[in-house]
Design a protein around this ligand. Structure first.
Ligand code: URA
Length: 234
């Protein structure tokens, strides 16, 4: 990898700031000061220091699908619960960021990457990526209540505290306490708040898919790298 690219990946520096740092002689590669950003380095074996501090990046971006279990938090630093990155055994796991967080008690598909532009495409409502949620409700809904909820959710509903309606979404019922909801946006606690709108409570929530990416073949707590085709989907 080119040294200037490596620097901007390993630090918060822009390419032009990385150039200045190089120019000031602050970067050493294997103990030699290097000022030329076009130099190629071996990410796995060369030692790159910035004023004596080691820098590193994983070789290329990582795109990971995790089957999130209940009881894990989607944050970078543990507070009350263990964090999702505890489940991912890759180098530089701290560089991964989460696309579309899930609540501690929600299970299912979670995407993580260290490619900021890609993460933005996954989460941006502009890209309308469908996310399929499987819901277990506390209170049974009869046929009339189900039909009304399906219709209102298809038109969008105004959730408490919001000033815009939810985007049109598709709700369907498996039985009177089990439903599937396909959303193309990700407002805070959206599924739970949408069900609360109908006076109900979500007691189990599972995200089964994001776009065409499903959890097929993964056990809870397992993760895998996305395929090239899956990465291109976003
Ligand atoms: N909506 C919620 O309410 N919770 C989640 O974890 C995801 C979507």
């Amino acid at each position: 990898m080119r040294l200037d690219k490596f620097l901007s990946k390993a630090t918060e520096l822009s390419r032009s700031d990385a150039k200045k740092v190089l120019h000031r002689g602050e970067i050493t590669v294997n103990d030699n000061i290097v000022k030329d950003g076009s130099m190629h380095i071996d990410v796995a074996n060369d030692e790159v220091l910035w004023v004596g501090e080691p820098l590193s990046v994983a070789d290329g971006n990582r795109y990971i699908l995790l089957y999130k279990p209940d009881g894990f938090e989607c944050t970078l630093k543990a507070k009350e619960y263990p964090i999702v990155t505890d489940l991912i055994a890759v180098p530089e796991v701290g560089n991964l960021r989460i696309a579309g967080r899930l609540d501690v008690d929600t299970t299912g598909a979670l995407l993580l990457s260290d490619d900021g532009a890609w993460l933005h495409r996954v989460t941006s409502p502009k890209h309308h990526q469908p996310k399929r949620y499987e819901i277990t409700l506390a209170n049974p809904m009869n046929a009339d209540e189900q039909a009304l909820a399906i219709k209102q959710i298809a038109n969008g509903i105004l959730l408490e505290g919001d000033n815009e309606k939810t985007r049109p979404a598709k709700l369907s019922f498996v039985d009177d306490t089990h439903a599937t909801l396909i959303l193309t946006e990700g407002k805070y606690h959206q599924v739970k708040r949408m069900m609360a709108y109908f006076g109900n409570k979500v007691i189990e929530l599972h995200r089964a898919s994001i776009g065409n990416i499903t959890l097929d073949g993964l056990e809870m707590g397992e993760c895998r790298f996305l395929t090239a085709d899956e990465i291109k989907e976003f």
